[in-house]
Write a protein that binds this ligand. Sequence first.
Ligand code: ATP
Ligand code: MG
Length: 366
Amino acid sequence: MLGVSVAIRGVDEEIEYAARSGAKVLITGESGVGKEVVARLIHARGARHSAALVPINCAGIPDSLLESELFGHVKGSFTDAHRDKVGLLERAHGGTVFMDEIGEMSLRMQALLLRFLESGEIQRVGSDRHVPSLDVRVIAATHRRLINLVAEKSFREDLYYRLNVIHIEVPPLRDRREDIVILLNHFFAGFAETYAMPRPEVSREAMKLLTDYHWPGNVRELRNVAERLILRCVTGRVEIDALSREIVLDGSSNRAQTPTAKAAEIAASPLLFERIVRGGESFWSVAYEPFIARDLTRKDIRDLVRLGLEHTRGNYKLLVTTFNMAPEDYKKFLNFLRKYQCHVPFQGFRMMSSPLPDPPEYIASA
Ligand SMILES: Nc1ncnc2c1ncn2[C@@H]1O[C@H](COP(=O)(O)OP(=O)(O)OP(=O)(O)O)[C@@H](O)[C@H]1O
Ligand SMILES: [Mg+2]
């Protein structure tokens, strides 16, 4: 899961935890936050990774067809049923089914799904026989607050509790702005390759507007913006005038309200962190040298150390290797941080998130 924010690192831990068990997972979050990415990672990191992940978009299929899509049908069961058809659940046997937009499912389909979840059995449309018990992991997602649908009786409460064994909420992009630069960079790299265009540089002012923007369409919107910028940007540099009106107006109105908003400052640290931890470059070349040359500030270094300590949960020794330095550089690293007052106390990070416990019994057997 790409991103350095505490929020997204938390999501990543929950993915690990969910991948270790076979329990049902409910993924929620606004449109475009990455719910499908989460579902795919849970499947890919889990024991079923070599079997299929079968996605179903419950909102995209009319109710009349959804039943036969999910459960299959036998020849002649309705006008267009010219031959027997295996349903998606059967195809996912041994693997995972990803039921997207579960909140849009009709009450009738909810009842059928519940029956399957309780028994593992399915009945093809038009058949009176049950297909022998299937072994399918169910991961569901929705952009809705399912509990509200339960309150207004358009979503079954019993189904809600069946699906909601592990709940992963993916936060909106505006609540994890540290990830914007990294994701933008990631999408630039991808689209630059796709379109054989240069990877553009973004001016400081334009980047500030991009990080201030409230991103209602979340990561998907950011991806679209990156694609458009690559195609528009023939000069290889993104200035403010390349940005859409919403982004420019939203950014400047934010600034007017919070002139010194800390979150709005463009941070170098996430990108440095990304280059070191994912790119495999060393702290000495990526951070130390530019700092000595005065291209980076004390704050940049402190923020980078903070991100690192979040990653190692306050462990400085581990930070040395995480930042691709030799273990014997430990003293040199600490001396450097102290000398330039970039040392960050580790204690706060020890408490931040304790390791997740083993899944309780009820999850393992669900
Ligand atoms: N952390 C991430 N790293 C890389 N790409 C991401 C990340 N999160 C989302 N994306 C990309 O953003 C786009 C939207 O993600 P996804 O389809 O998973 O969102 P969603 O929450 O399922 O959206 P919707 O509710 O609209 O179905 C996809 O192109 C996905 O690859
Ligand atoms: Mg989706």
